[in-house]
Write a protein that binds this ligand. Structure first.
Ligand code: MN3
Length: 203
């Protein structure tokens, strides 16, 4: 079955003023849609059509050479954005609770230290990519990937591994309309929309 663009779990203006409606509309309706369409085009007529997206991305080595880059970029783009929309919510933000909060404090020193480290990783990603909180071998880690790579792809391809709990898109298309070149301001604002209940569910 063909991959499908998921609906946004809230209206496009719901994350205002932190993430503007125009950015959400273009990001979801054009960028994410293009990843879905191009993934479907790449795997059309191949046995990969019946594989789940997670299975495709965690075994890119088995994808034929001639479509591997297309599957990596567009399959990664589809996965990353489907994950990203659910990590945000209106009237969200604040701080995590429970075991997730305790483990973040243990791994990074404090919630504020965790936020600072994630912002540094996001600012430090040259060009386009993502910054992630993952659990890897039972430990929480902050990692980043280029382009539409993600930790599911594994160390050999993405340069990191682990189960993503949270991911922030640091491509310019995620923030340029409102924040222009100020990625640091976007990352600071993003804390106001993070849906900690969803992050905890991923944990
Ligand atoms: Mn994006």
């Amino acid at each position: 079955m063909a991959h499908e663009l998921p609906s946004l779990p809230y209206p496009k203006e719901a994350l205002e003023p932190h993430i503007d409606a125009a950015t959400m509309e273009i990001h979801h309706g054009r960028h994410h849609k293009a990843y879905v369409d191009n993934l479907n085009k790449a795997i059309s007529g191949t046995p990969l059509e019946s594989k789940s997206l997670d299975a495709l991305l965690s075994d890119l080595a088995s994808v034929p050479d001639n479509i591997r880059v297309a599957v990596r970029n567009n399959g990664g783009g589809h996965w990353n954005h489907s994950f990203f929309w659910r990590l945000m919510a209106p009237n969200a933000g604040g701080a995590p609770a429970g075991k997730l909060a305790e483990d973040i404090n243990a791994a990074f020193g404090s919630f504020a230290d965790f936020q600072a480290k994630l912002e540094v990783a996001g600012i430090g990603r040259f060009g386009s990519g993502w910054v992630w909180l993952v659990v890897n071998g039972g430990k929480l880690e902050i990692v980043s990937t280029a382009n539409q790579d993600n930790p599911l792809m594994g160390k050999a391809i993405a340069g990191c591994e682990g189960k993503p709990l949270l991911g922030v898109d640091v491509w310019e298309h995620a923030y340029y309309l409102k924040y222009q070149n100020k990625r640091a301001d976007y990352l600071k604002a993003w804390w106001n929309v993070v849906n900690w209940a969803e992050v905890a569910k991923n944990y």
